[in-house]
Structures are given as structure tokens and as C-alpha cells.
Design a protein around this ligand. Structure first.
Ligand code: ADP
Ligand code: MG
Length: 692
């Protein structure tokens, strides 16, 4: 049976796995030998150091001994206890198991065991508690080594997973390599087979390190390769050049009520150069909230409109699309494009939508604003020359194809993001993009005052807030959850009972109690688009004083009169996320305040304190990446983009090596078709579509 084992072998083909156990494996998504191999340990217990019993010190230990006097008994309250004695040449030690009644019978006399567990005080006596035992062999799996610990499920332990993996070892050792031989040699990488064996059954710490290096290298290599191939493919496409006309740029600027910042000028210039070429632009503008990205995009659009082409601007939500439409209207009306701007969003009436589509198709509407769903809409945009994408960092091949068929060719694409993406992350993920950074903010903006508040000071905070509200200002209150029902999934969150963290509960409390004399509104992602718009509109028109919401307001929403941002359960949010949230206030002339309410009255974390000190989005993102890993930022990126399981994005050496290797792969004109596994992965990444 074993000899015929392949990666596709179902787990039921392994010894000890019948249908019932296989069903447990399936709960973890493990069905075949390949799944098993691909399921990396969550962590490891280091039982590799053997001690003699006389030298045992409290902590996690491993001994090699025979076991005698194993005896089970029931203690009070039905608790079962097994006692035994382990002996080696140097002495003896007590072993204790709780609620494992089968233990005593399973132990064979006169056999040597590896015994691993915690050596600690129990009833005034040092014993090894709940040890794992395993007959001594050349290849111990559960003891006397660095032992892998897997994600488990009810009725399926790491021990069973290890037993299955041990049987899969021939398949692991026979794994072909995925990277070119020259690359493995040059980078002195472990073979793939060895790396995977070492992930599951590390020989020692150094081997585990090298295994991670190898697998992490491959992850970044593949990501970069996909990005670079995207870039080169894009450069082969044709796009009509949009020549720069100074007079057009001058006129646009002359109607602005402010002076462009240096960064805005530099970025616009880069964009004009890009669209002046007969290849499609693919540029990402990264700029903190309030850095003035919309103006930059509008200026690029004007150049395109001037040459009689169409422009589409797509936003992640209807709310934002509507707001953008208004801004664009304001910016472009003085240039005579006031009646050429149209909105197309799902919340519009069918007849309205149809009218919009007709006007777009006829060319009466030349600047279309909508949600990201615009490219899936049946709208006909044959003169589309520039696509502006707000808060969408990357454009999958799928969407590119959709755009291409819409316009009949590849339009220029300009992406805008307020998510500060650290350089290492941007280079790995978005290697195909040219990046402009709006690093400075328009002059005259006051810094937002950020303060961590503990629940004990809630009453005092409300007094301060009331003063602002009385002066006519408005407040956002952002909660990490929509409703209490969501709590069922969040039972282990600390302090949940004491502090409200759901928007619905908070809304109840504020509107019926703490601020019942104020007008309070509720906004969250599960509401109908029309209702969301309605609430937002009320807030914009100052018909509400307080808006309680979830993070739906995170991106882009502009309410200059709102001066207070209160974030509940602040420790649950990523730094970058909170930074974006606080960018919602202080957009007008008034001083902005951001209060970070913690769930418990404990000393605030280093992360939250960083927010008090710094308003630099990029610095905060770097810190988030360092402290919490890519997940912190990943939360605000798209799914599927960042499937890094081994590589750390803070490992700049690994990233630099893998990037250089990907470039070399392309420079050598290597044929991806020769590397089946790489090809599948690269294609998978390129096909990732980011529209939801
Ligand atoms: P974001 O980068 O967050 O999208 P916006 O484009 O919405 O920022 O700009 C934020 C605000 O700053 C807007 O009200 C905009 O009119 C204003 N603004 C943009 N550029 C400048 C500038 N150079 N000087 C002063 N105000 C500006
Ligand atoms: Mg914006």
C-alpha cells in the first residue's frame, strides 16, 4: 500500500485512518497526502534535549526510561488519575496523567520509552505531568525531538496527524523540486523535499530554519515573478497616447482654491508622462488620508477629457462613489465639463441606471463615477481611456481583461490608496506597478490630537465630547462589531462583558442614555445601500450629531464638520486601520480629536501608544508589520494577494534575494512552461481578481 502512495492518495489509504477518522481530517481541510504535507505545523515543542532523571530541572523535559508501577484510580469528583514511575540508570521520577484511563494498560513493562512533558510540582512533589510517551526508535515522532504541533479539531490530535505524516514520508522524500536547479545551487537552498520533511520533522533548529528559508524564498519568488510577468505583459499592450498640453493643466490649476503641494505637482507630472506614452499606464498613488489624491486624479482626467476620451472612476462603496461624483463635479464644472459627469451605482432606480448607460454609450457622459462593479456592468465604454481606481491596490488579470474588452484596448490605469503599504510589501505584492507617493500634506492642516482612554474615564470623556457637540461639531463612534450575535464568534476576546463593542449596542446606549439629548445615527455594512446613503447624507447635512458605525466609514468619507473620532475596543484594530479612521476627522478648520477607548483598564500597548505619538501613516504601517505581521495590513488589502505562510515580510534580506532571483529568471528568458508547479502558482496569482 505504502509503495503505491502518491500525493493524490486519500487519507483513508493510510494505516489507522478509517472513514470516521478521515472525516475528522476533512474538518481541517485534509483529504489527501498532498493536503497533509501542505499543512504546516502551527508551532513546535522542543523535546530534543534528553536528560538523565537525576539532572531534571522544572520545565519541559525529555527522558529515556522504562516505566513501572502504572496504576489508575478514580479520585474525587470522578477525576481519573494514572500514576507510574519512570526509571533510568540515574534515578526515578513520578509520571502523572489526568483523565487518561487507558494509560496503565497501554504501558509495556521492560520496554524503553522516550517520555516528554512538563516537569513540575504536583502535591508538593516534582513529577512529569501528562507526558507523551513513545517506544524508543530511530525516528521518534512524538518525543525526543522537535515535535510539530498542528491545528487540531475535536477528536483529532497532533499525534494522529504526525502518525499520518510519518506514513507519508516516502511521498515527501520523493517530491520533485519546483525551482530551477541553477537557482537552488546559486542560493544554496535546501531541496523542496528536504525542506518539507524538515518542516514536519525537523532534525534540529538549524534545519528548521533552513527549511523555512527555502519555502519562504519560494513564496516571495513566485509572488514577484507573477508581478513582473504582469508588468512585462502590460508593456506589450497598446494604449492611445494622451499628449500633455500645458494650457489644459494651467486652466485646471487656475480654478483651484488652493496651491498644489510639491508632491501633488510631482505626481501629476509623472502621470502626464505615463499617459503621454502609447503603452498603458499602471500607476499607484499612495498618499495618506487628506493628502489630496482626488485633485491629482481629476487633473489627469482633465487631460484625457480634453482629448475627447472617456474616464471612469471606481470607488469601493456607493457612498464614496457619490461623494467622488460631487467632488469631481465641483472641480470640473469651471472647465465646462459640468454636464459630462455621470453616476452609475447599484442603488439607483432601474430607469435612472438605463439612462446613465445610454448617455455613457452615446458619449454624452464622458466622466463616469461608480463602484468597482462598473467593469462588470453591461455599460458600453468604447472611448474609455483612463480608469481611476480608489482604494484598490492592484488589478488582477481578470479585471484587466474585462476592461480591455470594454474599451476595445487597454486603458491607462491609475490606482489611489490611503493604505500606506510598507516598501517591502509593496515591492513584493505590487512589483508590476509604478508607485508615486504623496508624502506631504497640504499646508495649514492642524495635527489631530490622539488620546488613549480607559473605560474608567468614559464619563469624563463624554463631558469633553459634549462641549464639542454643543459647539456644533460632530462625532464618529466606531465599533469593531456590528451586533451582539457576532459576539458568539468572539467569546475569547477579553473584557467583552464589561464594555460594549458592537455598533448596535453602542447606538442603544448613546441614543437612549448617555447622549439621549443628541441626534444619534447608526451605520453598518449589513444595512441596505439606500439606508446607508440616507444616514450618511443626514450626517453630512448635520442632521445627526453622532454617527455610530463599524469600519464601513473607513475609506474616504469626507465630513469636514466632524471633529471627533471615538474608537471603541481600539486594541482590536490594526494601526494602519485606526490611522485611516482618524483621518476622517480634522478635515475642516477645527481641531480634530481621536480617542482610543480600550476594552479594559490595562496599560495601553506599545501599538496604541505609537498612535498617540505619530501621525505618519507609513511609519505606523511599518510598525504594524513588525509587531503584528502582514495580517494587520492584510486586513485592509484584498484576499488571495498575500498567501505568505512562511516568509516574513520584515525579512528584507530574504525578500531582496527572492526578488533578484525572479528578475534573473525573467532575464535568462526561462520558460515558465518547463516548471509545472511554478506555472500553476504564478497563474493562480495572476488570476486573482480583487473585485468582490
Ligand atoms: P485624500 O488623499 O484622502 O483622497 P482628498 O483628495 O479628499 O484627500 O483631499 C482632502 C481635502 O484636501 C479636500 O477637501 C481637498 O479639496 C483638499 N486639498 C487637496 N489638495 C490641497 C492643497 N494642495 N491645498 C489645500 N487643500 C487641498
Ligand atoms: Mg480619497
Amino acid at each position: 500500500m505504502i509503495s503505491r502512495m502518491t500525493l493524490d492518495t486519500r487519507l483513508t489509504g493510510l494505516k489507522g485512518i478509517g472513514p470516521a477518522v478521515a472525516a475528522k481530517f476533512a474538518v481541517l481541510g485534509l483529504r489527501t497526502v498532498a493536503d497533509l504535507i501542505d499543512n504546516y505545523p502551527r508551532r513546535y515543542d522542543d523535546y530534543s534535549q534528553l536528560s538523565s532523571i537525576s539532572k531534571l530541572k522544572p520545565g519541559s523535559v525529555t527522558i529515556r526510561a522504562i516505566i513501572t508501577n502504572a496504576k489508575g484510580s478514580y479520585a474525587r469528583r470522578g477525576m481519573h488519575i494514572t500514576n507510574a514511575v519512570a526509571e533510568d540508570d540515574s534515578g526515578s521520577v513520578r509520571l502523572i496523567w489526568f483523565n487518561q484511563p487507558y494509560r496503565a494498560a497501554a504501558i509495556k513493562p521492560d520496554q524503553e520509552y522516550y517520555i516528554s512533558g512538563n516537569f513540575e510540582l504536583s502535591h508538593q512533589r516534582l513529577s512529569i505531568m501528562n507526558p507523551t510517551v513513545e517506544l524508543v526508535s530511530d525516528f521518534p515522532v512524538n518525543t525526543a525531538r522537535i515535535v510539530p504541533i498542528y491545528r487540531e479539531t475535536k477528536g483529532l490530535t497532533s499525534r494522529q496527524i504526525r502518525a499520518a505524516l510519518e506514513q507519508a514520508m516516502p511521498a515527501i522524500r520523493a517530491l520533485p523540486d519546483t525551482l530551477p536547479v541553477w537557482l537552488i545551487k546559486k542560493q544554496k537552498l535546501m531541496s523542496r523535499a528536504e525542506a518539507l520533511e524538515m518542516m514536519h520533522f525537523p532534525r534540529d533548529g538549524a534545519a528548521l530554519e533552513r527549511a523555512r528559508d527555502r519555502l519562504g524564498f519560494e513564496e516571495v519568488f513566485v509572488l514577484t515573478l507573477a508581478a513582473l510577468r504582469n508588468k512585462y505583459e502590460m508593456q506589450l499592450e497598446q494604449a492611445p497616447a494622451v499628449p500633455f498640453l500645458e494650457s489644459v493643466a494651467r486652466e485646471f490649476v487656475s480654478h483651484l482654491p488652493f496651491k498644489l503641494t510639491d508632491a501633488q505637482r510631482a505626481t501629476t507630472w509623472q502621470i502626464f508622462q505615463d499617459i503621454g506614452k502609447p503603452q498603458p499606464m499602471n500607476r499607484l498613488v499612495e498618499g495618506d488620508v487628506g493628502s489630496g489624491k482626488t485633485v491629482v486624479a481629476a487633473m489627469a482626467a482633465v487631460m484625457v477629457l480634453h482629448h475627447n476620451h472617456q474616464v471612469a472612476l471606481m470607488a469601493p462603496t456607493e457612498l464614496l462613489a457619490r461623494q467622488h461624483a460631487e467632488t469631481i463635479q465641483r472641480l470640473l464644472t469651471p472647465l465646462g465639463y459640468g454636464d459630462k459627469i455621470g453616476l452609475l451605482v447599484g442603488g439607483m432606480k432601474t430607469a435612472q441606471k438605463q439612462a446613465a448607460r445610454d448617455h455613457i454609450a452615446s458619449g454624452d457622459i464622458r466622466f463616469i463615477v461608480g463602484t468597482h462593479a462598473l467593469i462588470q456592468d453591461s455599460v458600453d465604454m468604447t472611448r474609455l481611456e483612463l480608469v481611476i481606481i480608489d482604494e484598490q491596490h492592484r488589478f488582477g488579470v481578470g479585471q484587466r481583461g474585462a476592461l480591455q474588452s470594454k474599451a476595445g484596448h487597454m486603458p491607462h490605469v491609475l490606482s489611489l490608496t490611503a493604505t500606506p503599504i510598507p516598501r517591502s510589501l509593496a515591492l513584493t505584492l505590487y512589483g508590476e506597478l509604478d508607485i508615486s507617493i504623496l508624502g506631504d500634506k497640504p499646508a495649514g492642516r492642524s495635527e489631530i490630537i490622539t488620546k488613549i482612554v480607559s473605560p474608567n474615564s468614559r464619563a469624563q470623556l463624554y463631558t469633553e465630547v459634549e462641549a464639542e457637540l454643543a459647539a456644533g461639531r460632530q462625532m464618529f463612534v466606531v465599533c469593531p462589531l456590528i451586533s451582539e450575535s457576532a459576539l458568539a464568534f468572539a467569546k475569547d476576546m477579553p473584557g467583552l462583558k464589561t464594555q460594549p463593542v458592537s455598533a448596535e449596542e453602542m447606538y442603544e446606549r448613546l441614543s437612549k442614555k448617555d447622549f439621549k439629548h443628541r441626534r444619534v445615527g447608526l451605520l453598518h455594512g449589513k444595512m441596505k445601500p439606500a439606508d446607508k446613503n440616507d444616514i450618511m447624507q443626514q450626517f453630512v447635512e448635520r442632521k445627526l450629531d453622532i454617527l455610530v458605525s463599524t469600519t464601513v466609514i473607513e475609506v474616504g468619507v469626507d465630513v469636514p464638520n466632524a471633529s471627533i473620532m471615538l474608537i471603541e475596543g481600539a486594541e482590536r484594530f490594526g494601526l494602519a486601520q485606526i490611522h485611516q479612521l482618524r483621518g476622517r476627522v480634522g478635515r475642516g478648520v477645527d481641531q480634530g480629536y481621536c480617542y482610543l477607548m480600550t476594552t479594559e483598564s490595562i496599560a495601553p500597548s506599545r501599538r496604541l501608544r505609537a498612535l498617540e505619538r505619530s501621525t505618519d501613516g507609513f511609519k505606523l504601517a511599518e510598525l504594524d508589520l513588525e509587531l503584528r505581521g502582514p495580517g494587520a495590513i492584510y486586513g485592509t488589502l484584498q484576499h488571495g494577494d498575500l498567501d505568505l505562510r512562511v516568509a516574513s515580510l520584515t525579512d528584507s534580506i530574504l525578500i531582496a534575494k527572492a526578488r533578484a532571483a525572479a528578475q534573473e529568471f525573467i532575464d535568462r528568458d526561462e520558460d515558465l512552461l518547463q516548471y509545472k508547479h511554478l506555472k500553476t502558482q504564478v497563474q493562480h496569482l495572476s488570476a486573482v481578481t480583487n473585485l468582490n
